[in-house]
Design a protein around this ligand. Structure first.
Ligand code: URP
Ligand code: ZN
Ligand code: ZN
Length: 455
């Protein structure tokens, strides 16, 4: 069979293993894995790594912050930036503000993304007002449309939910099959939940949760203990907690640009995050790309206090190259672990696996061909913030060619993707909601020509 496209001679990696194979692509999907494949077009990947395109399940795109600041990135610039860094799927947030009707919010985000995204995308919801119509009608409807995860805040005046509201959202999520992502910065409530409400497996609301942007040893330990008691609590961390410390933002007013919540901590916390990633307590590694420009960061110039700054840092483009350099390159994690943390688990956790997040026959041909030897000194990323916290870093390993549904969208730093080519992904229920997990696609066929990777 002659495929539309063959990626020949590369070293492939999935969450399970690395092996040498050609990838045959027919239309938008992977049609064959094997050796000696023929294609109308061939990309030579010898000496390169062929990885599933990254899935970034935590990013803020064309979103108004709770204080009313618009991100500098829209769906075009953010997805272009993501693609250049090897990410082919994003799951940003549709943010409800207290006065907003959830249905209208969702419709607006769909319209904007449909016109501009260059890679595929899903949505989470941020729930700021779980009133009766929202809980009874709008949330179930959103879930039915494939928006199957909600973020709730335990802190910040304009977004925080009261305990009763949190339980209302959890109950609705449990009833209709959605995953709850928690911005958990309220220590009192966390310890109350962990210590008193949940007693010896006696759960008040049996609702799996994912704690976003975990940054401290204490936080990781709390998740570890909850899991040891049999609770389904997943953790997420982000580049700013592995690669920045408080010292990086202690640089005068310029440090405002790097302000995010939770903030970067110290070296011991970084080490705890690496351990958490390695032992699975931290289940996914996302960017929390929150691309606010100078105006949002310093609305009152030098007079701006930290409470008035838009929180967050850009990270969509460098999320993968940073983890590749400091994780795979430094021998902290293996290549399959890299794939798992950056793509596979995101796809499983957010209901798009195995269509996204792996290399398997029938999966979307979302692939990043990495040159493990390519060195890059970070200057500026392609998002619209005008700064990156990682300026000057020397990174080794770069995604030189990126495919989305079989189409080459980035080649040697050049974009060849049209605005609006990205498609909305109506997602299924999270694997975290399935007691037995879901079927893993058959990969036994790969064994015959599998060879160990020597990097
Ligand atoms: O500082 C951050 N993380 N800003 C983005 C909003 C959020 O809470 O994730
Ligand atoms: Zn948050
Ligand atoms: Zn966030």
């Amino acid at each position: 069979m002659t495929h539309d496209l063959v990626i020949r001679g590369g070293t492939l990696a999935t969450a399970e293993k690395t092996f040498r194979a050609d990838v045959g692509i027919q239309g938008e999907r992977i049609s064959e894995l094997g050796t000696g494949l023929q294609g109308k077009r061939v990309i030579d990947a010898s000496g390169k790594l062929v990885l599933p395109g990254g899935v970034d399940s935590h990013c803020h795109i064309e979103q108004l912050s709770s204080m009313g600041v618009m991100t500098a990135d829209d769906f075009y610039s953010a997805t272009v930036s993501a693609a250049h860094g090897g990410t082919t799927t994003v799951i940003p947030f549709c943010a409800q503000h207290r006065a907003d009707n959830l249905q209208t919010v969702l419709k607006d985000y769909h319209e904007r993304a449909r016109a501009k995204a260059v890679i595929d995308y899903g949505f989470h919801l941020i729930i700021a007002n779980p009133d009766e119509p929202t809980l009874r009608e709008h949330l179930p409807e959103a879930i039915r449309s494939g928006v199957r995860s909600f973020k709730i805040f335990m802190t910040y005046e304009r977004t925080r939910l009261h305990d009763e509201q949190i339980l209302d959202v959890m109950a609705a999520a449990r009833k209709h099959g959605a995953l709850v992502m928690v911005h958990a910065e309220n220590h009192g409530m966390i310890s109350w939940l962990a210590g008193r409400m949940v007693k010896q497996g006696n759960k008040l609301v049996d609702c799996p949760i994912l704690i976003v942007h975990v940054s401290t040893n204490d936080g990781i330990e709390a998740i570890r203990q909850a899991r040891a008691r049999g609770l389904k609590v997943l953790g997420e961390t982000c580049p700013q907690y592995l690669f920045l410390t408080a010292k990086d933002i202690d640089i005068g007013m310029q440090g405002a640009l790097f302000c995010c919540s939770p903030p970067p901590r110290d070296e011991a916390a970084q080490e705890a995050c690496w351990r958490g990633l390695k032992d699975g307590t931290l289940h996914v590694y996302s960017s929390d790309h929150a691309p606010y420009g100078l105006q949002g960061k310093l609305p009152k110039g030098d007079k701006t206090t930290f409470k008035e700054m838009a929180n967050g840092v850009p990270g969509l483009e460098l999320r993968l190259p940073l983890l590749f350099t400091y994780g795979v390159g430094a021998g902290r994690i293996s290549l399959p672990e890299f794939v798992n943390l950056t793509a596979t688990r995101h796809a499983q956790t957010y209901g798009i696996y195995p269509r996204k997040g792996t290399i398997a026959v029938g999966a979307d041909a979302d692939l990043a061909i990495w040159d493990p030897e390519k060195s890059v000194v970070v200057e500026q990323t392609r998002d619209q913030t005008g700064y990156t916290p990682y300026k000057g870093r020397k990174l080794k390993g770069w995604p030189v060619t990126v495919l989305s549904r079989g189409a080459v969208i980035v080649e040697d730093g050049r974009l060849s993707a049209e605005r609006g080519r990205g498609k909305f992904l109506a997602r299924e229920a999270s694997d975290a909601l399935r007691p037995l997990g879901r079927d893993v696609p058959e990969v036994a066929q790969l064994k015959a020509w599998e060879t160990p990777l020597e990097l």
